[in-house]
Design a protein around this ligand. Structure first.
Ligand SMILES: [Fe+2]
Ligand SMILES: [Fe+2]
Length: 376
């Protein structure tokens, strides 16, 4: 009895999964295939997508592939983190002398030895993998074979980052699941709805463009794309408030802002970055303190900016919706040297403030002095 097993987070399922599964079904021709979504603890999950919705999207995607597919809630029934070797043991109990084929992507293949009790997996299952172009290794330590052909380099985290950055669903997910994503406002569609309701259209567009640019820079400077996009899309969430509303908000929620009294008197709009950071944490439930901090620092910077903070600061001033002439220059500089782009961005911001006859916040001056000292 041939049993094909396909496990993963599937958050969401994408066309890379579909291509892999379709080929495996054809090549292995299993008697039965188990699709096993991973259980995510609601407290530790990278994304809050409930199990039942991930399962629903899997059914919408794969039900048409045959009647011998079991959408298996094994991990949910276990109610906690389970390991692949346990899944293999469960299938061994369920079927008499099963020939188990474990379907994995190339990414997993290199990491297989680090899985818990790998020997149990290797003794009782054959690993079936899909290759991506450029992959040449041939792990000889365990029974495996590669499916013929190459498979697209897609990932669920990219899908999530795409939806969160632009509020649109990419064509890398199966058409059958787009309604489920929309109706349940998954992967940040709820955030976009809120931003559209609370920001002017051009500010909303700017937020999307900053998220898009932050995503590009995250690839270059080795920051997780989802954190960059989260910071980008939420950085101006508080921009819809007037000056007095921002001041009230800071008082009500006891938000600590350096030079608060001066800012309230001179330029209350500067408070929007601190209010946006508060909204990110308390309204949108952002748990990553680096993201919250990057949002708080996006207007005035700080002396201890993380790479993510620098990315957001630079993306904010040079996103593609910015039309002034230096935006293009800073954008290109950012692709090559983030620190130089930050220096240039800080320079532009100060000069713009002076040209506008506005008050210079000491935080902005401190940032400039700090960057200049580092330069020398
Ligand atoms: Fe801003
Ligand atoms: Fe902005």
């Amino acid at each position: 009895m041939k049993v094909l097993v396909f496990g993963g987070s599937f958050d969401p399922v994408h066309k890379g999964h579909v291509a892999l599964f379709r080929r495996a079904m054809k090549v292995i021709a299993p008697d039965v295939a188990h699709i096993v979504p991973a259980y995510h603890s609601p407290f530790k999950a990278k994304s809050p997508t409930p199990f039942r919705l991930r399962m629903k999207m899997l059914k919408q995607t794969f039900a048409k592939f045959g009647k011998n597919i079991i959408f298996d809630d094994y991990e949910l029934r276990q109610g906690g983190k389970t390991y692949t070797y346990q899944l293999v043991q469960y299938l061994q109990k369920r079927y008499a002398h099963p020939e188990i084929y474990l379907l994995v992507g190339t990414d997993c293949l290199n990491d297989l030895h680090n899985w818990k009790n790998p020997q149990i997996i290797f003794d009782h299952a054959t690993v079936v993998a899909g290759k991506r172009k450029g992959y040449n290794e041939n792990p000889a330590q365990f029974k495996h074979f590669f499916l013929p052909g190459f498979f697209p380099k897609l990932s669920s985290s990219r899908v999530r980052a795409h939806i969160l950055s632009c509020g649109d669903i990419p064509n890398t997910v199966p058409a059958q699941i787009t309604d489920t994503i929309r109706k349940n406002k998954l992967y940040g569609l709820d955030v976009h709805e809120w931003l559209r309701a609370h920001l002017k259209p051009n500010r909303y567009l700017h937020s999307c463009k900053v998220a898009e640019m932050a995503a590009v820079l995250s690839d270059i400077y080795d920051v997780k794309v989802e954190t960059a996009v989260q910071a980008g899309i939420l950085h101006d969430a508080g921009k819809g408030f007037s000056g007095p509303e921002l001041i009230d908000f800071c008082h009500t929620h006891k938000i600590k802002v350096p030079f608060f009294e001066d800012i309230c008197r001179q330029e209350p709009s500067l408070l929007h970055s601190f209010v946006s950071a508060w909204l990110a944490k308390h309204h949108f439930g952002v748990k990553d303190s680096q993201v919250v901090r990057a949002i708080a620092e996006h207007t005035l910077g700080s002396l201890h900016m993380s790479v993510l903070s620098k990315i957001l600061f630079v993306a904010d001033i040079s996103s593609k919706d910015r039309k002034y002439k230096d935006a293009f220059l800073i954008r290109n500089l950012a692709l090559q040297d983030l620190d130089k782009a930050l220096l240039y961005a800080a320079n532009r911001k100060l000069l713009f403030t002076i040209d506008s006859q506005k008050w210079l916040c000491p935080l902005g001056i401190d940032l400039w002095n700090h960057l200049i000292k580092q330069e020398k």
